[in-house]
Ligand binder design. Structure first.
Ligand SMILES: *Cc1c(COP(=O)(O)O)cnc(C)c1O
Length: 375
């Protein structure tokens, strides 16, 4: 049996090596390392894949979120509501921009923003909401957009874990996650569902003037070379990464299918287990399984993690400390926020290996090992 990893990028690369190597060599031969053709092509290819007007490539997913917030002209002290149950980048950029992070609860089944608590957290200072399509499951966008419209708020979708995911709206039909709010932000970190071989990110929008602004901000606030209209930053996707992404974007739907197949295998093995809850799949969400995350009840989670490690099976806790309990946000008094579902989930989640290269033998070994410990 091949060694089991959380993500097997080596094996994945071996299957696309010829195309990736050729694409990288094309960049090397052209010497257009910055803003080369591969970058322009990738922006267009991804826009087409997502059915969105504008894709602005940038340096990483954290920058994508930051640039999105910068483009909305938020003022110091304005409040931005995010889930606490997420990767730190979602909320970190809020504080970095001198805005106030406000943490809302997630739903215990979907792990995504709970619209009821979201609406409770709105004050006259609230300006934006950042739903996260966590683990690859779409947030309830119909409800979130309805609340945003009612209170006149921007919506920035953190799509870092859900690229290629589909949300089915009761009103407007199917749309790719990240294309529903005011702006979408994503990451191409190597382990993401569409990952490059270094850092990368992108911002999406259907709004023409917002797209111009996002482009300017990502490029030193430049409208024309050496003319800087607004304060921006330097955030570029380089041509080598774009070349890799052009190859991998063609595989994305196959990669999602492979992840879903692995998830189905796990679902079946753990079905109706009294101590294990398998990931919920809301009817509106085409889950892309960036993570396969179990909820354990009455199981020694660290014990399971160590038992699996002793059998050479990695497992991870995403995330061991929710944002509202991070020291980073102590000055906002966020630890006093009452987020019982978030705290409850934080104690019980465990993520198993999921990627595009898992085979039946590996999956059977993982599930039987989990069941051996949990019994
Ligand atoms: C990975 C990730 C990010 C940040 O992406 P980077 O490219 O690492 O900066 C932001 N939000 C979520 C939910 C993520 O998973």
């Amino acid at each position: 049996m091949r060694p089991i990893q959380m993500v097997d990028l080596k094996q994945q690369y071996s299957k696309i090596k010829k195309d990736v190597d050729a694409a990288i060599h094309e960049v090397l031969d052209s010497a257009a390392f910055i803003n080369g053709k591969a970058v322009t092509d990738f922006g267009q290819n991804l826009a087409q894949y997502l059915s969105i007007k504008h894709v602005i490539p940038c340096a990483n997913g954290t920058d994508a979120l930051q640039i999105a917030m910068m483009a909305l002209d938020l003022q110091p002290g304005d409040e931005v509501i995010t889930p606490s149950f997420t990767y730190i980048a979602t909320t970190e950029v809020v504080a970095l921009l001198r805005l106030k992070p406000v943490f809302a609860e997630v739903d215990a089944k979907t792990f995504c923003l709970d619209p009821v608590d979201l609406e409770k957290k709105i004050t006259p200072k609230t300006k934006a909401i950042v739903p996260v399509h966590l683990y690859g499951h779409a947030a309830p966008m119909d409800e979130i957009m309805q609340i945003a419209e009612k209170h006149n708020l921007f919506v920035i979708e953190d799509n870092a874990q859900a690229i290629g995911g589909v949300y089915t709206s009761a009103k407007s039909g199917k749309k790719k996650t990240g294309t529903i709010g005011t702006i979408g932000a994503t990451s191409f970190f190597p382990s993401k569902n569409l990952g490059c071989y270094g850092d990368g990110g992108a911002i999406f929008t259907n709004d023409d003037s917002l797209a111009n602004k996002l482009k300017m901000i990502a490029n030193h606030g430049q409208s024309k070379r050496y003319y800087h209209d607004v304060v921006g930053c330097n955030s570029r996707l380089d041509s080598v990464q774009a070349a890799v992404l052009n190859v991998k974007l063609k595989e994305l739907d196959n990669y999602i299918a492979a992840r879903r197949k692995a998830a189905d295998h796990y679902d079946k093995a753990f079905a109706n287990h009294p101590k294990i809850t398998t990931p919920y799949r809301a009817p509106y969400s085409h889950h892309v399984f960036h993570q396969y995350t179990l909820l354990l009840e009455g199981v020694n989670r660290n014990g399971l993690n160590e038992f699996l490690a002793s059998k050479n099976i990695p497992s991870m806790i995403y995330y061991p400390v929710p944002a509202h309990r991070q020291k980073m946000f102590a000055s906002f008094g966020s630890s006093a926020t009452d987020l019982q579902v978030t705290d409850w989930l934080t104690e019980r989640v465990i993520s198993l290996p999921i990627h595009t290269e898992l085979d039946e033998e590996q999956l059977a070994y993982i599930t039987s090992s989990v069941l051996e410990f949990v019994n």
